[in-house]
Design a protein around this ligand. Structure first.
Ligand SMILES: [Zn+2]
Length: 756
């Protein structure tokens, strides 16, 4: 059965259709092309023509024309729209005209760079010219590095390698820095939050070195669809850009189906789970030979769904290679094999976390199933974009979980279909980050008095601070590096903690092998001792977690359950920046806090029925993070009047409402911001509701929340009042079982007092 036939069959199925809240058909789109522009080097034409390309898509032509006018450009294109041509054609044209010209390509991950440069190699081979393209990353052999530094026309790398492997060693890269013509940055929408704020500073360092060596490179940036590509690009590079956002690539018809699992207990507002429904729909696609990708939000759900789908197609060998799991933490070789299998059609179904949202080439698939809302409109469209051929019909299913934000989306499909996607926020002037990069920059080249660091504020104060700390030495109008260590090696671009945990399989005592890795913040949740760690549907038990050495030792097991850990968060105050009276006797404040996370116990949960089988204790050290927060303290007289649980239940209801409202109005992903309530807060000694940036140093979300503190509360009240439930449900204040019978009423009353 093909997609069109399956869609027709489902539309006649009344049992299925009664839970479909919207069936949207997105019409097919025709290609829009234009002839090769004059600014493109003549030698590229025959190479393109031999590949069957006789005209370019309009966005490719616009990119060539704008770069020829020496403008910095940002191209916004969906998946599979010939994006790489937007930068390969201008770069190749420039090098063909001037063989000394150099270009630097930055991709967010190693995997992506390998994938995206294959087209570049083919073009160069086709032309039979001597343009050397080299990848320079952690895998480049030491013997090859010298050749890359001296002879590479196009150097392909990632931000981490640029930061710690290239910029600090600029004296070995003179040829590159003297002749750098283009800096290409792909997937710029991934550079948000901490990672983006770091990259902006790495680019400030890069441009500072280029100026020293006398080159003036131009930028070509590419982004998936987000609300503010121009603003993001300009914040990243600190200069104005030309935006190219007309897409000329064709697309077949697409069906977008919104499905809300039926309510099984109306009183408690409990729905059938999204995982069993996803199992059914993905299973139906698999049985009909329709190639699909299923996205799940957590690594655990990915593994559980992979196991379910593998069980459906168990072959005599039992390896079921037609169904694969995919997520961060799988080793590169395994990931490449899965990607190839998808492109060649050997893999029929893949279950993935958002790891496959990025531009990794897996070809276009027929169908996409989203098990739960991925958190942002931009992510949802990237996931949906995995299904969609240039010709032929494709289908996307959105399966809502009972989470409030999922319920909001499935009941307001227009929010997803028509609202513009989120802003990508970053803050290059985050003080933690800025200070780190000042150190790196001073190590690379001394600062002169009066020097600027891109458009960063307070250069002189920061340099003086570093001098007082003994890290820099100020003499004769210059700030020199005077510490002993090498600053870049201590600074990770992606998180506050640099080390990952290594996962080692010790099932075979004669042959220990590394099977994956995990970041430091997640490891306590998933790799504590006695956790069941799942990898491609196979189960392992964690035998030992060596926290200091960052190693987890696992052994293959076969048990009927998985584990889920409880995370305890405690907060303490570092500094109050602003405090204002709010609603009479209440107050609102903005400041710095310390967040301490600790895993103390875990649950064992049975497959299929998802019932809890038992508990276990975990003994692990705490992890700390300093970040920015804003909070409301409740009016004293209200707090005094409410005894014990009543106040707690009302505050829990407010926190649950804010968890729905914050991502929507701060335009961020739910995991970027945390909402916590405390009946007697160690921060204020009063009942307090706290919103904080969920990354070290913050990216400005708490500041934004503080500036819209009235709006957030009135939107929270609106969600509660619009919801038809009487005593609270998962779509508003949380269910009765969590907040008690008076929870919703108390939350509404408290909110009205605060807004008054
Ligand atoms: Zn409700």
């Amino acid at each position: 059965m093909n997609v069109t036939q399956l869609a027709d069959q489902l539309r006649r199925d009344h049992l299925f259709m009664k839970d479909v809240t919207r069936w949207e058909v997105l019409p097919a789109r025709k290609a829009r092309t234009a002839p090769f522009p004059a600014c493109m080097d003549e030698r590229l034409k025959p190479a393109l023509q031999r590949r069957g390309i006789h005209e370019l898509y309009i966005h490719q032509v616009r990119s060539l024309e704008a770069t020829a006018r020496e403008e910095d450009v940002t191209v916004v294109t969906p998946t599979a729209s010939g994006k790489t041509m937007c930068y390969n054609l201008p770069v190749l044209s420039a090098i063909l005209k001037d063989e000394d010209a150099r270009a630097l390509y930055l991709f967010p991950t190693k995997a992506l760079s390998a994938d995206q440069v294959s087209e570049l190699y083919e073009m160069i081979e086709e032309m039979g010219v001597d343009i050397k393209t080299y990848t320079y990353d952690g895998d480049t052999p030491a013997a090859a590095r010298k050749a890359v530094r001296q002879a590479g026309h196009i150097v392909v790398t990632n931000p981490d390698m640029l930061h710690s492997g290239i910029l600090p060693h600029h004296t070995k890269w003179v040829k590159l820095f003297e002749n750098l013509k283009y800096i290409v940055i792909d997937e710029i929408h991934t550079y948000r939050g901490i990672f983006g704020s770091n990259l902006a500073n790495v680019l400030r360092r890069l441009l500072r070195l280029c100026e020293f060596y006398g080159s003036h490179p131009r930028f070509i940036l590419c982004s998936a669809t987000i609300a503010n590509p121009k603003e993001l690009a300009e914040t990243l590079i600190g200069r104005p850009v030309t935006l190219i956002d007309e897409n000329g690539a064709p697309m077949g018809e697409r069906h977008f189906v919104f499905y809300n699992p039926p309510v099984v207990n109306r009183q408690l507002g409990i729905r059938q789970g999204s995982v069993p429904i996803t199992r059914t729909i993905s299973g139906m696609l698999l049985k009909n030979g329709i190639q699909s990708i299923t996205f799940a939000r957590s690594r655990l759900t990915v593994e559980v769904l992979t196991k379910y789908l593998k069980d459906l197609v168990r072959d005599p060998l039992g390896n079921a290679g037609k169904v694969r799991g995919y997520r961060g933490g799988y080793l590169p070789g395994e990931r490449r094999e899965i990607e190839r299998g998808l492109r060649s059609g050997q893999v029929d179904a893949v279950v993935s976390t958002n790891a496959l949202e990025l531009g990794i080439d897996i070809g276009a698939l027929d169908a996409c199933v989203m098990c739960g809302y991925p958190g942002t409109i931009a992510s949802a469209w990237q996931q949906a974009g995995r299904a969609g051929r240039r010709q032929g019909t494709s289908i996307v299913f959105f399966i809502a979980s009972s989470a409030a934000i999922d319920q909001y989306i499935v009941n307001h499909p227009d929010y997803l279909l028509h609202q513009s996607p989120e802003n990508a926020l970053l803050n290059p002037d985050n003080l933690y980050i800025l200070l780190s990069h000042f150190k790196c920059a001073a190590f690379e080249l001394p600062f002169e008095d009066g020097d600027r660091f891109g458009n960063a504020p307070g250069t002189e104060e920061l340099l003086d601070y570093l001098s007082e700390e003994g890290i820099l030495h100020h003499a004769e109008g210059r700030y020199h590096w005077s510490a002993e260590d090498f600053p870049a090696s201590e600074i990770s671009l992606r998180s506050a903690a640099s080390e990952n945990f290594i996962i080692i399989d010790i099932t075979d005592p004669a042959h220990h092998r590394v099977v994956g890795e995990m970041d430091r913040f997640t490891a306590p949740m998933l790799l504590h001792e006695n956790a069941i760690y799942m990898h491609e549907g196979r189960q392992f038990q964690v035998e030992k977690l060596d926290f200091d050495a960052c190693k987890a030792f696992i052994r293959s097991v076969d048990v009927g359950y998985y584990t889920d850990a409880d995370l305890n968060i405690s907060l303490s105050l570092l500094d109050v920046e602003k405090e204002e009276p709010f609603a009479g006797t209440a107050a609102a404040a903005l400041g710095e806090i310390k967040v301490t996370a600790l895993v103390t116990m875990f649950k064992k949960i049975r497959f299929d029925t998802h019932e809890t089988l038992g508990f276990g204790h975990v003994r692990l050290p705490e992890t700390d993070m300093h970040t920015t927060a804003m909070w409301w303290t409740l009016p004293d007289e209200l707090a005094d009047k409410m005894a014990g649980d009543r106040l707690k239940n009302g505050m829990m209801g407010i926190a649950n409402l804010l968890r729905i409202v914050c991502p929507l109005y701060l335009m961020c992903a739910p995991q970027d911001v945390a909402v916590v309530y405390q009946v007697r807060s160690p921060i204020t000694n009063k009942p307090t509701v706290i919103i904080y940036d969920n990354c070290p140093g913050g990216i400005g979300l708490a500041q934004k929340a503080f500036s819209m503190k009235e709006l957030l509360l009135s939107k929270a009240l609106q969600v509660a009042e619009d919801c038809p439930c009487e005593y609270g449900c998962p779509s508003c204040t949380g269910p009765v079982g969590e907040i008690g019978e008076d929870g919703k009423r108390t939350a509404v009353r408290l909110l009205k007092e605060l807004i008054r």
